[in-house]
Design a protein around this ligand. Sequence first.
Ligand code: AAT
Length: 279
Amino acid sequence: MSGFWYTEKQTPNLGYSCKFTKTLHTETTPFQELAIIDTEQWGRMLVLDNMVMTTINDEFVYHEMISHVALNTHPNPKKVMIIGGGDGGAIREAVKHPSVEKAVLCEIDGRVIETSKEYLPEIASALFGHPKVEVLVADGVKHIQENAGEYDVIMVDSTEPIGPAEGLFALEFYKDVYRALKPDGIMVAQTESPFVNADLIRRVFQDIQSVFPVTKLYTASIPTYPSGLWTFTMGSKVYDPEQADLSKAPDIETRYYTPALHKAAFQLPRFVEALTKKD
Ligand code: AAT
């Protein structure tokens, strides 16, 4: 095979490879190893600690699905928080909502933000001085502890639950997120693959369910993440995402999300649905 190949060792028994043409950037930040490579299939790719975070050609799935499901479930989201998400993709989608007046990004690693602006400007577009956007370089766990009753929607766009993101998958954190939300607020977190991380999904679902009256799991197909089938877990104080009146949703240009898919994403394969039941 000619050319260079990048492999993410997704588990001790599973790898994901793609051919790349160039390494555009590598560095060790105070928090992680950061790289940008240019791949044949997916275009530029952001890699943290040797794990694929996002790529130019499939990022739309993840960023639309982490943001629009919650933002269209809430009837009038005004203030939004994104924890992690330093590439800017989730906040780019959030500020498309006319009701959103302010979107705050709280990313622990400022180098992810700066490198994404330099090499992934299509994804980071809202980070170049957008009037609705505020950027904080800080630990999301701490920010959430210190801001009660602030947000309509909180998205947890985090790395895997190792290193700095460990606290973002803890029961205490979900309790703090509940407090940081307004009385009808909604949270959503990326919660990994049901093929690879079933135990994590089960545990996180139960933890969020112990805090929020409405807790729902939904899926999306993300080709560059382990197994390609990905989950998001939503915790809501009042609104049920499956009952949302999407006829009033703003007309936002998307490539993956549709109102019908919003509802369909909650229809789970049986083995995934099983992860939401107490055993
Ligand atoms: N938008 C898709 C990209 C990501 S990156 C997730 C970000 O979370 C990283 O930039 C990381 O620095 C940041 N992060 C980790 N821990 C914290 C924390 N405690 N506070 C704030 N930010 C944090 C998500 C990829 C999804 C999974 C891929 N397999």
